[in-house]
Design a protein around this ligand. Structure first.
Ligand code: B12
Ligand code: SF4
Length: 426
Protein backbone atom coordinates (compact mmCIF):
# COMPACT_ATOMS: atom_id res chain seq x y z
CA UNK A 1 0.00 0.00 0.00
CA UNK A 2 1.13 3.53 -0.73
CA UNK A 3 1.59 6.25 1.89
CA UNK A 4 2.15 9.75 0.53
CA UNK A 5 3.98 11.99 2.96
CA UNK A 6 3.82 15.74 2.33
CA UNK A 7 5.79 18.63 3.82
CA UNK A 8 3.80 21.81 3.01
CA UNK A 9 5.42 24.91 1.64
CA UNK A 10 6.40 27.72 4.03
CA UNK A 11 7.49 31.22 3.29
CA UNK A 12 11.14 32.04 3.89
CA UNK A 13 12.20 35.19 5.71
CA UNK A 14 12.02 38.45 3.76
CA UNK A 15 15.60 39.62 3.44
CA UNK A 16 17.19 36.18 3.62
CA UNK A 17 18.86 34.48 0.66
CA UNK A 18 16.60 31.60 -0.33
CA UNK A 19 17.98 28.10 0.10
CA UNK A 20 16.33 24.90 1.25
CA UNK A 21 17.55 22.42 3.81
CA UNK A 22 16.24 18.88 3.69
CA UNK A 23 13.40 18.56 6.21
CA UNK A 24 14.14 16.51 9.29
CA UNK A 25 10.82 15.69 11.03
CA UNK A 26 9.43 13.86 7.96
CA UNK A 27 12.51 11.66 7.45
CA UNK A 28 12.69 10.73 11.13
CA UNK A 29 8.98 9.98 11.09
CA UNK A 30 9.31 7.95 7.86
CA UNK A 31 11.69 5.58 9.64
CA UNK A 32 8.83 4.60 11.95
CA UNK A 33 6.35 3.61 9.20
CA UNK A 34 5.76 -0.17 8.98
CA UNK A 35 7.90 -1.83 6.34
CA UNK A 36 5.05 -3.17 4.23
CA UNK A 37 4.12 0.37 3.18
CA UNK A 38 5.65 2.18 0.19
CA UNK A 39 6.48 5.74 1.13
CA UNK A 40 6.52 8.56 -1.38
CA UNK A 41 7.62 11.97 -0.17
CA UNK A 42 6.96 15.46 -1.53
CA UNK A 43 8.65 18.50 -0.05
CA UNK A 44 6.55 21.29 -1.49
CA UNK A 45 9.33 23.77 -0.80
CA UNK A 46 11.45 22.31 -3.57
CA UNK A 47 9.03 20.60 -5.97
CA UNK A 48 5.42 20.97 -7.07
CA UNK A 49 2.82 18.86 -5.29
CA UNK A 50 0.86 16.67 -7.70
CA UNK A 51 -2.73 16.05 -6.65
CA UNK A 52 -3.95 13.74 -9.41
CA UNK A 53 -2.56 10.56 -7.86
CA UNK A 54 -4.28 7.96 -5.71
CA UNK A 55 -2.30 7.07 -2.62
CA UNK A 56 -4.01 4.79 -0.10
CA UNK A 57 -3.22 7.08 2.80
CA UNK A 58 -1.79 10.61 3.08
CA UNK A 59 0.38 12.04 5.87
CA UNK A 60 1.04 15.75 6.34
CA UNK A 61 4.07 16.73 8.42
CA UNK A 62 4.08 20.29 9.76
CA UNK A 63 6.88 21.99 11.69
CA UNK A 64 6.01 25.68 11.58
CA UNK A 65 2.83 27.62 12.32
CA UNK A 66 3.22 29.22 8.89
CA UNK A 67 2.74 25.77 7.31
CA UNK A 68 -0.58 24.89 8.88
CA UNK A 69 -3.00 26.66 6.56
CA UNK A 70 -1.35 25.14 3.50
CA UNK A 71 -1.32 21.75 5.25
CA UNK A 72 -5.06 21.99 5.89
CA UNK A 73 -5.69 22.97 2.25
CA UNK A 74 -3.76 19.93 1.03
CA UNK A 75 -5.68 17.64 3.38
CA UNK A 76 -9.05 19.08 2.35
CA UNK A 77 -8.22 18.40 -1.31
CA UNK A 78 -7.38 14.73 -0.70
CA UNK A 79 -10.25 14.17 1.70
CA UNK A 80 -12.77 15.52 -0.83
CA UNK A 81 -11.60 12.59 -2.99
CA UNK A 82 -12.19 10.10 -0.18
CA UNK A 83 -8.50 9.62 0.67
CA UNK A 84 -7.75 9.58 4.40
CA UNK A 85 -5.28 12.08 5.83
CA UNK A 86 -3.26 11.97 9.05
CA UNK A 87 -1.28 14.93 10.45
CA UNK A 88 1.81 14.95 12.66
CA UNK A 89 4.83 17.08 13.55
CA UNK A 90 5.52 20.05 15.79
CA UNK A 91 2.96 22.47 14.33
CA UNK A 92 0.29 19.76 14.49
CA UNK A 93 0.90 19.61 18.25
CA UNK A 94 0.75 23.40 18.51
CA UNK A 95 -2.47 23.64 16.46
CA UNK A 96 -4.10 20.33 17.36
CA UNK A 97 -7.75 21.31 17.68
CA UNK A 98 -7.87 23.38 14.51
CA UNK A 99 -6.03 20.68 12.59
CA UNK A 100 -8.53 18.02 13.68
CA UNK A 101 -11.16 19.82 11.58
CA UNK A 102 -9.16 18.93 8.45
CA UNK A 103 -7.99 15.46 9.37
CA UNK A 104 -9.06 11.86 9.70
CA UNK A 105 -6.43 11.55 12.41
CA UNK A 106 -3.97 13.82 14.17
CA UNK A 107 -0.93 12.31 15.83
CA UNK A 108 0.49 14.26 18.76
CA UNK A 109 3.89 13.33 20.14
CA UNK A 110 6.85 11.31 18.96
CA UNK A 111 6.22 8.55 16.45
CA UNK A 112 8.78 5.91 17.49
CA UNK A 113 7.14 2.65 18.51
CA UNK A 114 3.62 3.95 17.80
CA UNK A 115 3.11 3.59 14.06
CA UNK A 116 2.49 -0.17 13.85
CA UNK A 117 -0.68 0.42 15.86
CA UNK A 118 -1.81 3.50 13.92
CA UNK A 119 -1.30 1.91 10.48
CA UNK A 120 -3.06 -1.24 11.72
CA UNK A 121 -6.00 0.95 12.75
CA UNK A 122 -6.02 2.46 9.26
CA UNK A 123 -6.11 -1.00 7.64
CA UNK A 124 -8.97 -2.05 9.90
CA UNK A 125 -10.87 1.14 9.22
CA UNK A 126 -10.82 2.21 12.84
CA UNK A 127 -8.51 5.22 12.69
CA UNK A 128 -8.95 7.41 15.78
CA UNK A 129 -9.45 11.18 15.33
CA UNK A 130 -6.62 11.87 17.78
CA UNK A 131 -3.63 9.87 19.00
CA UNK A 132 -2.26 11.88 21.89
CA UNK A 133 1.06 10.63 23.24
CA UNK A 134 2.48 14.00 24.25
CA UNK A 135 2.61 13.15 27.92
CA UNK A 136 4.14 9.77 27.23
CA UNK A 137 7.18 10.04 24.94
CA UNK A 138 8.76 6.77 23.80
CA UNK A 139 12.19 5.83 25.22
CA UNK A 140 14.70 7.94 23.32
CA UNK A 141 16.77 4.80 22.67
CA UNK A 142 14.06 3.80 20.17
CA UNK A 143 15.04 6.64 17.84
CA UNK A 144 16.76 5.01 14.90
CA UNK A 145 18.49 6.48 11.84
CA UNK A 146 16.31 8.80 9.79
CA UNK A 147 15.03 7.43 6.49
CA UNK A 148 16.88 9.90 4.25
CA UNK A 149 16.36 7.68 1.20
CA UNK A 150 12.90 9.26 0.71
CA UNK A 151 14.56 12.61 -0.09
CA UNK A 152 15.42 13.58 -3.66
CA UNK A 153 18.99 14.55 -2.90
CA UNK A 154 19.58 16.71 -5.98
CA UNK A 155 16.87 19.15 -4.85
CA UNK A 156 18.93 20.28 -1.86
CA UNK A 157 21.83 22.14 -3.45
CA UNK A 158 22.64 25.85 -3.46
CA UNK A 159 24.73 26.91 -6.47
CA UNK A 160 26.11 23.41 -6.81
CA UNK A 161 26.98 23.09 -3.11
CA UNK A 162 25.12 20.36 -1.28
CA UNK A 163 23.16 21.61 1.70
CA UNK A 164 23.88 20.10 5.09
CA UNK A 165 22.18 16.87 6.15
CA UNK A 166 20.19 17.07 9.36
CA UNK A 167 20.60 14.81 12.36
CA UNK A 168 19.78 14.99 16.08
CA UNK A 169 21.61 13.62 19.11
CA UNK A 170 19.00 14.44 21.74
CA UNK A 171 15.43 15.51 22.28
CA UNK A 172 13.91 18.04 24.64
CA UNK A 173 15.41 21.03 26.38
CA UNK A 174 15.74 21.87 30.05
CA UNK A 175 15.28 25.63 29.51
CA UNK A 176 12.09 27.61 29.00
CA UNK A 177 12.98 30.70 26.98
CA UNK A 178 10.36 33.39 26.60
CA UNK A 179 9.50 33.10 22.87
CA UNK A 180 9.89 29.32 22.59
CA UNK A 181 7.33 26.49 22.62
CA UNK A 182 9.78 23.64 23.20
CA UNK A 183 8.92 23.29 26.89
CA UNK A 184 5.29 22.70 25.85
CA UNK A 185 6.42 20.06 23.37
CA UNK A 186 8.93 18.27 25.54
CA UNK A 187 8.09 19.12 29.16
CA UNK A 188 11.54 20.65 29.91
CA UNK A 189 13.22 17.27 29.93
CA UNK A 190 16.54 16.80 28.16
CA UNK A 191 16.69 13.30 26.65
CA UNK A 192 20.00 12.37 25.00
CA UNK A 193 20.11 9.49 22.52
CA UNK A 194 22.69 6.77 23.27
CA UNK A 195 26.06 7.82 21.75
CA UNK A 196 26.35 4.55 19.86
CA UNK A 197 23.14 5.19 17.94
CA UNK A 198 24.04 8.79 17.15
CA UNK A 199 27.52 7.91 15.95
CA UNK A 200 26.23 5.01 13.84
CA UNK A 201 23.69 7.31 12.23
CA UNK A 202 26.20 10.08 11.54
CA UNK A 203 28.77 7.63 10.17
CA UNK A 204 26.14 6.35 7.75
CA UNK A 205 25.48 9.78 6.23
CA UNK A 206 27.44 10.27 3.02
CA UNK A 207 27.37 14.06 3.20
CA UNK A 208 30.33 15.44 5.12
CA UNK A 209 28.43 18.53 6.29
CA UNK A 210 25.74 18.28 8.90
CA UNK A 211 23.34 20.37 10.91
CA UNK A 212 22.93 18.90 14.39
CA UNK A 213 19.44 20.25 15.02
CA UNK A 214 19.21 19.60 18.78
CA UNK A 215 17.58 22.54 20.51
CA UNK A 216 20.76 23.49 22.32
CA UNK A 217 23.80 21.33 22.95
CA UNK A 218 24.51 23.29 26.13
CA UNK A 219 22.36 21.01 28.27
CA UNK A 220 24.90 18.88 30.09
CA UNK A 221 28.66 19.41 30.04
CA UNK A 222 29.66 15.75 30.47
CA UNK A 223 27.24 14.65 27.76
CA UNK A 224 28.63 17.24 25.35
CA UNK A 225 32.23 16.22 26.06
CA UNK A 226 31.35 12.57 25.46
CA UNK A 227 29.52 13.31 22.22
CA UNK A 228 32.35 15.40 20.77
CA UNK A 229 34.99 12.81 21.72
CA UNK A 230 33.03 10.14 19.86
CA UNK A 231 32.57 12.42 16.85
CA UNK A 232 36.22 13.34 16.28
CA UNK A 233 37.14 10.23 14.21
CA UNK A 234 34.20 10.81 11.84
CA UNK A 235 35.77 14.03 10.50
CA UNK A 236 32.35 15.57 9.82
CA UNK A 237 31.87 19.32 9.74
CA UNK A 238 28.72 20.64 11.33
CA UNK A 239 26.66 23.56 12.54
CA UNK A 240 24.40 23.51 15.57
CA UNK A 241 22.53 25.55 18.16
CA UNK A 242 24.55 26.85 21.18
CA UNK A 243 27.48 24.96 22.66
CA UNK A 244 28.46 25.26 26.34
CA UNK A 245 30.70 28.25 27.08
CA UNK A 246 33.60 26.24 28.50
CA UNK A 247 37.15 25.95 27.17
CA UNK A 248 37.36 22.17 27.21
CA UNK A 249 33.94 21.77 25.58
CA UNK A 250 34.64 24.38 22.88
CA UNK A 251 38.02 22.87 22.19
CA UNK A 252 36.63 19.36 21.77
CA UNK A 253 33.72 20.70 19.70
CA UNK A 254 36.20 22.30 17.31
CA UNK A 255 38.19 19.07 17.06
CA UNK A 256 34.95 17.20 16.40
CA UNK A 257 34.24 19.47 13.42
CA UNK A 258 32.14 22.35 14.80
CA UNK A 259 31.90 24.74 11.86
CA UNK A 260 29.45 27.40 13.04
CA UNK A 261 26.80 27.89 15.70
CA UNK A 262 23.43 29.60 15.67
CA UNK A 263 23.71 31.81 18.71
CA UNK A 264 20.82 33.91 20.00
CA UNK A 265 21.90 37.53 20.40
CA UNK A 266 19.54 39.69 22.39
CA UNK A 267 21.63 42.67 23.53
CA UNK A 268 24.96 44.45 23.27
CA UNK A 269 26.32 43.28 26.61
CA UNK A 270 29.88 42.22 27.37
CA UNK A 271 28.48 38.77 28.04
CA UNK A 272 27.39 38.43 24.39
CA UNK A 273 30.58 40.04 23.09
CA UNK A 274 32.64 37.52 25.05
CA UNK A 275 30.45 34.59 24.03
CA UNK A 276 31.03 35.36 20.33
CA UNK A 277 34.74 36.00 20.83
CA UNK A 278 35.22 32.66 22.56
CA UNK A 279 33.57 30.67 19.77
CA UNK A 280 35.77 32.48 17.27
CA UNK A 281 38.90 31.92 19.34
CA UNK A 282 38.19 28.21 19.00
CA UNK A 283 37.78 28.53 15.23
CA UNK A 284 33.99 28.21 15.35
CA UNK A 285 32.06 30.75 13.26
CA UNK A 286 28.87 32.39 14.51
CA UNK A 287 25.51 33.02 12.86
CA UNK A 288 23.55 35.30 15.18
CA UNK A 289 19.82 34.70 15.49
CA UNK A 290 18.56 38.12 16.38
CA UNK A 291 15.03 38.66 17.67
CA UNK A 292 13.67 42.19 17.32
CA UNK A 293 10.76 43.73 19.23
CA UNK A 294 11.11 42.36 22.75
CA UNK A 295 9.44 44.48 25.42
CA UNK A 296 11.64 47.32 26.56
CA UNK A 297 13.56 47.48 23.25
CA UNK A 298 13.55 50.94 21.66
CA UNK A 299 14.31 52.08 18.11
CA UNK A 300 17.75 53.21 19.29
CA UNK A 301 18.40 49.85 20.92
CA UNK A 302 17.79 48.10 17.60
CA UNK A 303 20.03 50.49 15.67
CA UNK A 304 22.77 50.05 18.28
CA UNK A 305 22.35 46.28 18.18
CA UNK A 306 22.96 46.19 14.41
CA UNK A 307 26.11 48.30 14.82
CA UNK A 308 27.24 45.93 17.56
CA UNK A 309 26.78 42.89 15.31
CA UNK A 310 29.02 44.48 12.70
CA UNK A 311 31.56 45.45 15.31
CA UNK A 312 31.85 41.92 16.73
CA UNK A 313 32.20 40.59 13.16
CA UNK A 314 29.43 38.06 13.18
CA UNK A 315 29.78 35.71 10.24
CA UNK A 316 26.07 35.78 9.43
CA UNK A 317 22.95 37.19 11.04
CA UNK A 318 19.35 36.08 10.81
CA UNK A 319 16.84 38.68 11.96
CA UNK A 320 13.30 37.83 13.00
CA UNK A 321 10.57 39.76 14.77
CA UNK A 322 9.06 38.57 18.02
CA UNK A 323 6.09 36.36 17.10
CA UNK A 324 3.50 35.07 19.58
CA UNK A 325 3.56 31.43 18.51
CA UNK A 326 0.87 29.39 20.30
CA UNK A 327 1.92 27.64 23.52
CA UNK A 328 4.64 30.15 24.36
CA UNK A 329 4.83 32.59 27.24
CA UNK A 330 4.98 35.35 24.61
CA UNK A 331 1.57 34.28 23.29
CA UNK A 332 0.05 34.14 26.78
CA UNK A 333 1.32 37.62 27.73
CA UNK A 334 0.46 39.39 24.49
CA UNK A 335 -2.95 37.71 24.32
CA UNK A 336 -3.76 38.71 27.90
CA UNK A 337 -2.68 42.28 27.20
CA UNK A 338 -4.77 42.43 24.01
CA UNK A 339 -1.69 43.16 21.87
CA UNK A 340 -2.02 40.47 19.20
CA UNK A 341 -3.02 42.06 15.89
CA UNK A 342 -3.41 38.99 13.66
CA UNK A 343 -4.41 35.40 14.18
CA UNK A 344 -3.91 34.56 10.54
CA UNK A 345 -1.26 31.84 10.82
CA UNK A 346 0.05 32.70 7.33
CA UNK A 347 1.31 35.93 8.90
CA UNK A 348 3.34 33.99 11.50
CA UNK A 349 6.45 33.85 9.33
CA UNK A 350 8.64 35.62 11.92
CA UNK A 351 9.28 38.49 9.50
CA UNK A 352 5.88 40.20 9.91
CA UNK A 353 4.89 42.22 12.94
CA UNK A 354 1.68 40.64 14.25
CA UNK A 355 1.60 42.32 17.66
CA UNK A 356 1.75 45.80 19.19
CA UNK A 357 5.33 46.35 20.39
CA UNK A 358 6.01 47.96 23.73
CA UNK A 359 8.17 50.93 22.70
CA UNK A 360 7.22 51.67 19.10
CA UNK A 361 4.45 51.24 16.54
CA UNK A 362 4.09 47.96 14.59
CA UNK A 363 5.00 49.91 11.44
CA UNK A 364 8.22 51.20 13.00
CA UNK A 365 9.26 47.69 14.06
CA UNK A 366 8.54 46.43 10.54
CA UNK A 367 10.71 49.21 9.16
CA UNK A 368 13.52 48.39 11.60
CA UNK A 369 13.36 44.73 10.58
CA UNK A 370 14.19 45.74 7.00
CA UNK A 371 16.79 48.21 8.31
CA UNK A 372 18.54 45.43 10.24
CA UNK A 373 18.88 43.10 7.22
CA UNK A 374 19.87 45.93 4.87
CA UNK A 375 22.43 47.48 7.20
CA UNK A 376 24.08 44.28 8.35
CA UNK A 377 24.57 43.09 4.76
CA UNK A 378 25.28 46.50 3.23
CA UNK A 379 29.05 46.24 2.80
CA UNK A 380 29.30 42.46 2.48
CA UNK A 381 26.11 41.08 0.89
CA UNK A 382 24.67 37.83 2.18
CA UNK A 383 25.86 35.56 -0.67
CA UNK A 384 29.37 36.89 -0.08
CA UNK A 385 29.25 36.17 3.65
CA UNK A 386 27.78 32.71 2.96
CA UNK A 387 30.58 32.05 0.50
CA UNK A 388 33.17 33.02 3.11
CA UNK A 389 31.61 30.64 5.60
CA UNK A 390 31.77 27.89 3.00
CA UNK A 391 35.39 28.71 2.31
CA UNK A 392 36.15 28.21 6.00
CA UNK A 393 34.80 24.70 5.93
CA UNK A 394 36.42 23.92 2.60
CA UNK A 395 39.85 24.83 4.01
CA UNK A 396 39.37 22.43 6.89
CA UNK A 397 38.06 19.68 4.63
CA UNK A 398 40.99 20.03 2.26
CA UNK A 399 43.30 19.69 5.25
CA UNK A 400 41.75 16.40 6.37
CA UNK A 401 40.97 15.03 2.92
CA UNK A 402 37.17 15.17 3.11
CA UNK A 403 36.55 17.98 0.60
CA UNK A 404 34.15 17.05 -2.22
CA UNK A 405 33.74 20.26 -4.26
CA UNK A 406 30.68 21.52 -6.09
CA UNK A 407 28.31 19.63 -8.39
CA UNK A 408 29.01 21.29 -11.73
CA UNK A 409 26.22 19.40 -13.51
CA UNK A 410 23.67 21.04 -11.19
CA UNK A 411 25.20 24.49 -11.65
CA UNK A 412 25.14 24.07 -15.40
CA UNK A 413 21.53 22.83 -15.34
CA UNK A 414 20.43 25.75 -13.21
CA UNK A 415 22.34 28.58 -14.84
CA UNK A 416 22.88 27.29 -18.36
CA UNK A 417 26.17 27.51 -20.18
CA UNK A 418 26.46 31.25 -19.57
CA UNK A 419 27.41 30.74 -15.92
CA UNK A 420 31.15 31.15 -15.65
CA UNK A 421 32.46 28.43 -13.38
CA UNK A 422 35.49 30.08 -11.95
CA UNK A 423 37.05 27.22 -10.09
CA UNK A 424 35.93 25.85 -6.82
CA UNK A 425 35.41 27.25 -3.37
CA UNK A 426 39.09 27.74 -2.85
C1 B12 B 1 15.62 22.27 13.16
C2 B12 B 1 14.73 23.45 13.37
C3 B12 B 1 14.70 24.41 12.37
C4 B12 B 1 15.46 24.26 11.06
C5 B12 B 1 14.60 23.38 10.14
C6 B12 B 1 15.44 22.66 9.15
C7 B12 B 1 14.62 21.63 8.44
N1 B12 B 1 14.71 21.68 7.15
O1 B12 B 1 13.96 20.79 9.05
C8 B12 B 1 15.58 25.74 10.57
C9 B12 B 1 16.90 26.29 11.05
C10 B12 B 1 15.44 25.99 9.09
C11 B12 B 1 14.46 26.39 11.38
C12 B12 B 1 14.00 27.64 11.09
C13 B12 B 1 13.06 28.30 11.86
N2 B12 B 1 12.48 27.89 12.96
CO1 B12 B 1 12.80 26.14 13.70
N3 B12 B 1 13.21 24.63 14.71
C14 B12 B 1 13.95 23.58 14.55
C15 B12 B 1 13.97 22.68 15.80
C16 B12 B 1 15.18 23.07 16.64
C17 B12 B 1 14.01 21.18 15.62
C18 B12 B 1 12.94 20.58 14.71
C19 B12 B 1 13.27 19.14 14.48
O2 B12 B 1 13.79 18.79 13.44
N4 B12 B 1 13.00 18.27 15.47
C20 B12 B 1 13.34 16.85 15.42
C21 B12 B 1 12.24 16.04 14.71
C22 B12 B 1 12.66 14.60 14.57
O3 B12 B 1 11.10 16.09 15.52
P1 B12 B 1 9.63 16.33 14.93
O4 B12 B 1 9.66 17.21 13.76
O5 B12 B 1 8.74 16.65 16.06
O6 B12 B 1 9.21 14.87 14.36
C23 B12 B 1 8.76 13.83 15.19
C24 B12 B 1 7.25 13.84 15.45
O7 B12 B 1 6.70 15.13 15.45
C25 B12 B 1 6.67 12.94 14.40
N5 B12 B 1 6.22 13.47 13.11
C26 B12 B 1 6.80 14.38 12.32
N6 B12 B 1 6.11 14.53 11.17
C27 B12 B 1 5.08 13.66 11.22
C28 B12 B 1 4.07 13.41 10.31
C29 B12 B 1 3.10 12.45 10.62
C30 B12 B 1 2.02 12.18 9.63
C31 B12 B 1 3.14 11.78 11.87
C32 B12 B 1 2.09 10.79 12.23
C33 B12 B 1 4.16 12.05 12.80
C34 B12 B 1 5.12 12.98 12.46
O8 B12 B 1 7.69 12.01 14.10
C35 B12 B 1 8.98 12.53 14.39
C36 B12 B 1 9.74 11.48 15.18
O9 B12 B 1 9.15 11.23 16.42
C37 B12 B 1 12.64 23.13 16.47
C38 B12 B 1 12.60 22.98 17.97
C39 B12 B 1 12.06 21.62 18.37
N7 B12 B 1 12.67 20.91 19.23
O10 B12 B 1 11.05 21.20 17.91
C40 B12 B 1 12.51 24.58 16.02
C41 B12 B 1 11.12 25.22 15.76
C42 B12 B 1 10.28 24.25 14.97
N8 B12 B 1 11.43 26.38 14.94
C43 B12 B 1 10.77 27.39 15.26
C44 B12 B 1 10.96 28.67 14.69
C45 B12 B 1 10.32 29.86 15.40
C46 B12 B 1 11.73 28.84 13.53
C47 B12 B 1 11.83 30.13 12.71
C48 B12 B 1 10.45 30.61 12.30
C49 B12 B 1 12.56 31.25 13.43
C50 B12 B 1 13.91 30.90 13.89
N9 B12 B 1 14.88 31.55 13.39
O11 B12 B 1 14.08 30.02 14.70
C51 B12 B 1 12.71 29.70 11.51
C52 B12 B 1 12.01 29.77 10.15
C53 B12 B 1 12.24 31.11 9.55
C54 B12 B 1 11.76 31.22 8.15
N10 B12 B 1 10.51 31.52 7.92
O12 B12 B 1 12.56 31.07 7.27
C55 B12 B 1 9.78 27.10 16.35
C56 B12 B 1 8.36 26.87 15.79
C57 B12 B 1 7.49 28.05 15.93
C58 B12 B 1 6.22 27.89 15.18
N11 B12 B 1 5.16 27.64 15.91
O13 B12 B 1 6.20 28.03 13.98
C59 B12 B 1 10.39 25.85 17.00
C60 B12 B 1 9.40 24.91 17.66
C61 B12 B 1 11.43 26.34 18.06
C62 B12 B 1 10.92 27.38 18.98
N12 B12 B 1 11.72 28.40 19.17
O14 B12 B 1 9.84 27.35 19.52
N13 B12 B 1 14.07 25.63 12.40
S1 SF4 C 1 15.03 28.73 22.81
FE1 SF4 C 1 16.38 26.94 22.69
S2 SF4 C 1 17.34 26.84 24.74
FE2 SF4 C 1 15.53 28.16 24.94
S3 SF4 C 1 13.86 26.79 25.59
FE3 SF4 C 1 13.78 26.95 23.37
S4 SF4 C 1 14.93 25.20 22.63
FE4 SF4 C 1 15.51 25.50 24.78
Amino acid sequence: MKFKLIYPKWKKLAGQTEFHLPPHGPVVFAATIPEDWDVEFTDENVEPLVFDDSPDFVGVSMMLTSQVKRGWEIADTYRRRGIKVMFGGIATMLHAEETMRHADAVFLGEAEGRMEGVFEDFKNNRLKPCYDYMADPPPVSLVGPARRSILKEELYYYKGVQMVDLVHASRGCRFNCYPCCVSFLGGRKFRPRPYKKVIEEIAGIENNRLFIVDNSLAQNREWELGLFREMIPLKKKWCCHPIEDDDEVLDLAAQAGAWYVYQAIFDTSDYIRKRIRRYKDHGIAVEGTVLLGLDGQTENDIRRLVDFLLEVELDLAEFTVLTPFPHTRTFDDLQREGRILSYDWNDYTADKVVFRPDKMSPEKLQELYAYAWDTFYQDEPQPYKMFRLLQKVAVREKADGTYRGRRRDLIARRFGKKEAITGDLL
